[in-house]
Design a protein around this ligand. Structure first.
Ligand SMILES: [Zn+2]
Length: 219
């Protein structure tokens, strides 16, 4: 059995989405050996810090929350699609996905761009390849329930708040209850096309998302 960690480590100074509604990570030591005779810390995280899951309520008012996501969706077989040949800012079209997915009908689909190589670099949020808007309804029809990727998001970096469109793919997926697993890493270390995905968010009541420890299991 081979286990691959698909999560970025959490630390102060780590990359976070550069807008006011996503906080920077702060970690403060509280208990100290030699003083309180134990070590403890206060950790300030955003719900979308590092490798994380988006719950429907992230974009859909009244949508289900992270504590309501069925656990059997978060553990199970995933199909890994290799798009690592995509260029920065390349828009992936439906035909491309169609060719790579073939006759498979995955419940969990993971897209590998190797964009995690850009983690911590200035272009992480601006240069990533992304999916065309038409990929949204196409993937809904395909029947996926979870979409994982090693980029910040499936949406174009030119489609954010304050742009001509605000996150159309997030809205398409989350309105259909399709959850998104973002900022994955180490996908290149997975050697098989199908693997067992385990993605466990914190059980935050009414949470719109949560950092996740994600692993891939290959048997
Ligand atoms: Zn998110």
């Amino acid at each position: 059995m081979k286990i691959t960690d698909l999560s970025h480590p959490i630390h102060e100074g780590m990359t976070t989405f550069p807008v006011s509604w996503h906080p920077m990570v702060e970690i403060t030591q509280m208990g100290r050996h030699g003083v309180e005779a134990r070590e403890t810390r206060k950790v300030l995280l955003g719900t979308h810090t590092g490798t994380h899951l988006d719950a429907p309520s992230h974009f859909i008012e009244g949508g289900s929350t992270i504590d309501q996501i069925p656990l059997d969706l978060l553990v199970g077989e995933a199909l890994l699609i290799d798009l690592s040949y995509a260029k920065p800012n390349q828009e992936i079209q439906v035909a491309e996905l169609e060719k790579l997915i073939g006759a498979e009908r995955p419940k969990r689909l993971v897209l590998r761009f190797d964009w995690s190589d850009h983690w911590g670099k200035t272009d992480f949020y601006s240069g990533q390849p992304f999916l065309s808007e038409a990929c949204g309804p196409w993937l809904v029809n395909l029947g996926i329930k979870l979409l994982g990727l090693d980029t910040p998001q499936a949406d174009s970096p030119f489609h954010g708040r304050g742009c001509d469109k605000d996150s159309p793919l997030h809205k398409i997926f989350l309105s259909q209850g399709i959850i998104q697993l973002e900022y994955l890493t180490n996908l290149k270390k997975i050697s098989s096309r199908k693997f067992e995905l385990v993605a466990l968010p914190l059980n935050i009541l009414q949470g719109d998302g949560s950092p996740c420890r994600c692993i891939a299991i290959e048997r």
